[in-house]
Ligand binder design. Structure first.
Ligand SMILES: [Zn+2]
Ligand SMILES: [Zn+2]
Length: 369
């Protein structure tokens, strides 16, 4: 089924502010919330759809990618939407927390309050234009938490186990009446974890986690651009108390190249030719993008003007998800010599004589035609 436009789903204009997007999502999420619509498949789909749209439009990078390349652009950057409700609730906890405070739909939150999804991690990677064009595999080192090797993540010292908190019966939340509503807050006894560790593990002081550097090989596909993200599922921080592991997002930054400028899938470069080359035409060599030391032959047509563009077909960036490459556009700049030998000056004067006989005044007609 074709995916609907995210702006349409959230019922906002394309230039809607973050605040408007959040407000609209809250309204829809409240309307289609699964606790309010039990066993209603249509509401469930609407809820998931709105959540996915919000996930994209609230994030400036994802929104920019979506605005430029639509759903395809997001898919190429590794975005895959949500796997299920748990994913949604753990991502937008703050929004649902608000509903909760309003005395709203607490059941789902209460039931799963102690499990927490691990945080997503971000890694910024600089690559050269050539690497962006043809793909590269890079080793990165990410510092992140792993389950404590001593207590296997339980946080309890060897031979002991965490005990269920008696104050909240392990739910991590206690109800407090506020006027009309019963509002749930984190259990002060176990600080919302639902369990009490009597003897903490020595290695991790009861946190159940330890920091470790992890080496990863990241494969960058050919054709990526600055701002694209690669999602490495499950390479983020570990979840707590059975929660899902977070993801690692590798943000791509393509460094400026000294010679080539990128324009979508084309690359643009400038070459200088002499006045005589421009007037008479001939072959020159221009650097190729694919290997640092390769040059491509380019034929300069007779009488080319400074600033004119020539094209080397297929000399550009490979397309991200189909065969073929963009073009290499070469802008020819005609150089005026700063220093002349005596002989050159003689010849140019002679040429000048001929020019003034042939062309008269140098007014250029119809400059913008
Ligand atoms: Zn430990
Ligand atoms: Zn408790």
């Amino acid at each position: 089924m074709a995916k609907r436009c995210y702006y349409e789903i959230l019922e906002v204009e394309r230039n809607a502010s973050d605040e408007m997007i959040k407000k609209s999502y809250r309204k829809l999420a409240l309307q289609y919330h699964p606790d309010r619509n039990p066993d209603n498949n249509e509401a469930e789909e609407k809820f998931k759809e709105a959540s996915e749209a919000y996930e994209v439009l609230r994030d400036p990078e994802k929104r920019r990618l979506y605005d430029r390349f639509g759903h395809d652009g997001l898919r190429n950057s590794g975005f895959s939407g949500f796997q299920g409700f748990d994913d949604i609730f753990s991502s937008f906890g703050d929004i649902f927390e608000d509903f909760f405070g309003m005395g709203g739909f607490g059941g789902r939150q209460r039931g799963r309050s102690s499990a927490r999804r691990g945080a997503d991690l971000r890694y910024d990677m600089d690559i050269t234009l050539r690497e962006a064009a043809f793909g590269v595999e890079k080793k990165i080192t990410v510092r992140k938490h792993i389950s404590c090797t001593e207590c296997k993540g339980s946080g309890a010292a060897e031979g002991t186990a965490p005990q269920t908190c008696a104050a909240c019966q392990g739910s991590g939340r206690v109800a407090q009446r506020q006027g009309f509503f019963s509002v749930a807050t984190a259990c002060p006894h176990c600080r919302g974890t639902g369990s009490i560790i009597a003897k903490p593990c020595r290695k991790c002081s009861g946190s159940g986690r330890q920091l470790q550097d992890k080496n990863l090989m990241v494969k960058i596909p050919a054709g990526v651009e600055t701002g694209m993200q690669l999602k490495l599922t499950g390479e983020g921080e570990p979840g707590e108390r059975g929660g899902q592991t977070g993801n690692l997002y590798v943000f791509i930054n393509v460094e400026e190249d000294e010679f080539f400028k990128r324009h979508n899938s084309d690359i643009v470069c400038q070459v200088a030719v002499s006045f005589s080359q421009a007037a008479l035409g001939g072959d020159i060599l221009v650097p190729a993008l694919d290997t640092a030391d390769r040059e491509e032959k380019l034929t300069i047509p007779k009488g080319i003007q400074s600033g004119e563009l020539l094209t080397i077909k297929g000399g550009g960036i490979p397309y991200l998800n189909r065969g073929g490459r963009g073009d290499q556009i070469v802008q020819v700049i005609v150089k005026t010599p700063r220093k002349l030998t005596k002989r050159q000056e003689e010849l140019l004067r002679e040429l000048g004589e001929l020019d003034s006989q042939n062309e008269g005044r140098g007014l250029i007609k119809n400059l913008f035609g």
